[in-house]
Design a protein. Structure first.
Length: 308
């Protein structure tokens, strides 16, 4: 399709979406059938409403209402953003004794990489100055909070925090490989926008994806999936797979609506791209998710460079 120059056109749209859905189904099946057993996830004490009869279901209702608000109102995304920031602060303060210097240093480093990767996009008007500063700066404490959540829940993981640097690289590369079909489909669908004539240097397609790959995987996978699972685990203590599934769906759908409250964003960015990224984090680790996001954006940036 890319050789037929279908970008920014509607040619082969039915075939492209059919192939894309097939790839996503196959990928989700593979992730569900491989990796550690969900039944082996550790038990932990609930954080709230533990003494009430229906206490475990109160957070479930809250997450369902938050999902509905995000879907029906433009204010929903802003409220979710505020809640994520508040949760990050609360986690770091409440579990400050468990915070390691390594997680702080790594959080600052990955945020700095994301910031540097986003500079060309900001200078050329692709993203706003607020986005460039706001998302990476908050990604640093969210990385720390995400590490604390992983230690508590056992869901996902961060190879870097465990000082497994070679496995971290392997995880990143496997994430890239598994999401090559989605990256090709994303490029065939016209991503990024047609106004990318500034992508004129060979290194840009390989550096630019680090911005969204790090920032969005820290916000929506490392923090949001882990936090939702932490909240929902007690309600589904006999079936932890349901808590994982709910956390993955919530992260994927809100990720899509974060990019725009439209049906297309819900179906494509949310279900087709966001859900598999959340699933690969839950079934593998954060480095897999970063590699997946990197590949989904890197191939379209390569096409933008070729067109320029």
């Amino acid at each position: 399709m890319l050789l037929q120059d279908v970008r920014h056109t509607n040619h082969f749209s039915v075939a492209r979406h059919t192939l894309l859905v097939g790839c996503v189904v196959a990928l989700l099946w593979y992730l569900s059938r491989s990796g550690p057993s969900i039944s082996q996830l550790p038990e932990f004490r609930p954080l709230m409403f533990s003494r009430r009869r229906y206490g475990p279901w109160i957070p479930v209702l809250g997450i369902a209402l938050m999902l509905a608000l995000t879907a029906i109102s433009d204010d929903g995304v802003d409220i979710l953003r505020i809640l994520m920031i508040v949760a990050t602060v609360w986690i770091i303060v409440a579990w400050r004794r468990e915070t390691s210097l390594r997680s702080v240093i790594q959080g600052v480093v990955v945020a700095a990489i994301a910031f540097a990767a986003g500079l060309p996009m900001m200078k050329n008007g692709f993203i706003s100055k607020t986005t460039l500063y706001f998302l990476p700066i908050l990604a640093a404490p969210m990385y720390i909070a995400g590490g604390l959540l992983i230690n508590r829940t056992g869901l996902g993981g961060i190879q870097l925090l465990a000082k497994r640097y070679l496995p971290a690289l392997r995880s990143f590369l496997w994430g890239c490989l598994l999401f090559v079909p989605l990256g090709l489909a994303n490029a065939a669908g016209g991503s990024p926008s047609s106004n990318t004539s500034w992508v004129s240097e060979w290194w840009m397609p390989f550096s630019l994806p680090w911005f969204s790959g790090i920032v969005e995987e820290t916000w929506f996978r490392l923090l949001l999936v882990s936090l939702c699972y932490l909240i929902l685990r007690h309600a589904f203590h006999k079936r932890p797979a349901l808590a994982v599934l709910a956390a993955v769906l919530f992260s994927g759908i809100t990720f899509g609506l974060w990019h725009g409250r439209t049906l297309e964003r819900f179906l494509t960015t949310g279900l087709i791209y966001g859900v598999p990224m959340a699933a690969i984090f839950a079934r593998r680790d954060w480095e897999h998710a970063v590699g997946a996001h990197y590949m989904v954006n890197m191939i379209p940036w390569v096409m933008a460079f070729i067109e320029t």
